[in-house]
Design a protein around this ligand. Structure first.
Ligand code: SF4
Length: 68
């Protein structure tokens, strides 16, 4: 608990499959180019975000965790 996380989407890799949005709809949304973008890291459980990372078909999402 209390760990901060940062989430990044590599838009050069993202193919707009929306899988990440299925798993973590409060964290990811599609931008105007149909690529995933991070809107709110705190809105979803870390496990949901991790599921999104694991399910991305092109490995476009990265999580960084800070230990406090
Ligand atoms: S799951 Fe991966 S490829 Fe699909 S929209 Fe999310 S970041 Fe893009």
């Amino acid at each position: 608990m209390g760990n901060k996380i940062r989430v990044y989407v590599d838009k050069n890799k993202c193919i707009g499959s929306t899988t990440c949005i299925y798993y973590a709809a409060q964290t990811f949304t599609l931008d105007s180019e149909g690529k995933s973008t991070v809107v709110n890291v705190d809105g979803n459980d870390i496990n949901k975000i991790q599921e999104a990372v694991d399910s991305c078909p092109v490995g476009a999402i990265t999580i960084e965790k800070d230990k406090q």
